[in-house]
Design a protein. Structure first.
Length: 289
């Protein structure tokens, strides 16, 4: 065990310089802590290369813009910071977390125009996000919370505040012996899990919720491309909860989750079938190529 995340040996890139892990701290009156003015990216480095790295950096800047928060670094500077952090820690395989937030400053109300926007890059060695689910299939609860209407939140931003219901739902799921929870959206359609997009298989074709009110994940887009390269029909559409009973296979996608089979959602069961295993293996080969 590496220990608590605030008490480890190592280096974290913070505001343009490398600092000791235990010294990478912020003030209690940091705006982000009070008002969720924070955006982030989760990325994986395989064999010394961060998969889709620049896409993640570009999305971070876009997320900042959507929160009216200009991040004071370019894509190239973010890229340099990520690889500098990996080098400082001696990692070639690691999870990379880039976070940008409104810091402490002259404002301490909802408005924060006079507060600096800060950025940090940390990382850690992380195995399978869902443990042994890669072989057995994850078990999902069905969350009581719903993904909100795009008119209420910036759904295209990877913003910290959007994960509040994810934490709540995942805690409830874990209390039930599940490893994650499936959200419906504000209309009642199937949406996504707490930190991963979802795919289903029926009669050799793939169905996945239309990403019109939740984050269109980079891994999701990658896997859709891989499926189409294999000649498999992919339907991006609105999926009714009643359809869960008719699907044969299911998997989750995400940077942390990679491609993880799902064996059960609520009372619905799925096989870890050939297509699920194949796309998982194909993705694994791609990220390490």
């Amino acid at each position: 065990m590496a220990g608590a995340y605030d008490d480890r040996d190592g280096k974290i890139w913070m505001d343009g310089k490398m600092v000791e892990w235990r010294d990478a701290n912020v003030h209690i009156l940091t705006h982000a802590l009070h008002y969720a003015s924070s955006v982030f990216e989760g990325e994986r480095c395989y064999n010394g290369t961060i998969f889709k790295s620049r896409l993640h950096s570009e999305r971070l800047l876009k997320s900042g813009q959507l929160l009216d928060m200009t991040i004071p670094y370019s894509v190239d500077e973010i890229e340099e910071a990520k690889y500098a952090m990996l080098k400082a820690n001696g990692w070639t395989d690691a999870y990379v977390r880039v976070v940008a937030w409104r810091g402490a400053g002259d404002d301490m109300g909802v408005s924060a125009r006079r507060n600096p926007v800060r950025m940090a890059v940390a990382g850690w060695e992380w195995g399978n996000y869902y443990g042994d689910a890669k072989t057995k299939g994850a078990k999902l609860d069905i969350a009581k919370w719903r993904r909100p209407d795009p008119r209420t939140i910036p759904v295209e931003a990877k913003a910290a505040g959007l994960y509040m219901i994810c934490t709540m739902s995942k805690h409830i799921a874990e209390d039930k012996g599940c490893s994650d929870a499936l959200f419906m959206d504000y209309r009642g359609y199937v949406a996504e899990a707490t930190g991963a997009n979802i795919f289903f298989v029926k009669d050799g074709e793939v169905h996945t919720p239309l990403a019109d009110c939740f984050l269109n994940g980079i891994t999701r887009q990658t896997v859709i491309g891989l499926l189409k390269d294999k000649g498999i029909t992919v339907h991006e559409r609105r999926i009714e909860p009643s359809e869960l009973a008719g699907f044969e296979q299911c998997w989750l996608t995400g940077t942390a989750a990679e491609v993880t089979p799902v064996g059960q959602i609520g009372d619905f069961h799925f096989e870890v079938g050939a297509l699920t295993r194949d796309i998982s293996e194909t993705y694994e080969k791609l990220v390490r190529s």
